[in-house]
Design a protein around this ligand. Sequence first.
Ligand SMILES: [Zn+2]
Length: 198
Amino acid sequence: MINTSILATGFTAVLPDWVMPFVADYQAPLVTSEDRMALVHALADRNHVAGNGGPFAAVVADPATGEIVSVGVNVVLSSGLSSAHAEVTAISLAQVGLGSWDLAATRPGLELVVNWRPCAMCFGAVLWSGVQRLVVAGDGPDLERLTGFDEGPVVADWAEQLALRGIEVEQDVLRDGAIATYTAYGESQALVYNARRS
Ligand SMILES: [Zn+2]
């Protein structure tokens, strides 16, 4: 017999209360990749100060119109879920909003905009999501150096691997803004929740 009375049967990640009013007041339309990345940076700056999780945010958008389809922030600390990264949150909320696990089948051409190259887990999440474009503020060791997070083993040709699977990549969009966010985070007393290294 296994004691199932102690086993959880579901899990929930929700955006913090400040996110929707913040987005509602944000200047739109967000015509360019830079416009959308500026929103991501603003969300990331607010998120870690508010204590929900790491200094990371993401949006799913339609680059043809600039419409925002979903908004995500890192809610690892507030949800108690290690996988509740900004990318996973934004992708999942887009899928809830559109009612489909395959974004490309439901609404072709959507992009994910995020304030750094996705970590090892989120790289996989992007592949599985149906987004057809990925916009990142930067790549390389600066994120880990400035924040202390361990992003895991991501293949060197990650962008080419995404392109091979029909996901176009745009890099170095408002990179300085990401560096500013990570610098502020690193200088705070914030909890780096996966900093233990063997
Ligand atoms: Zn991640």
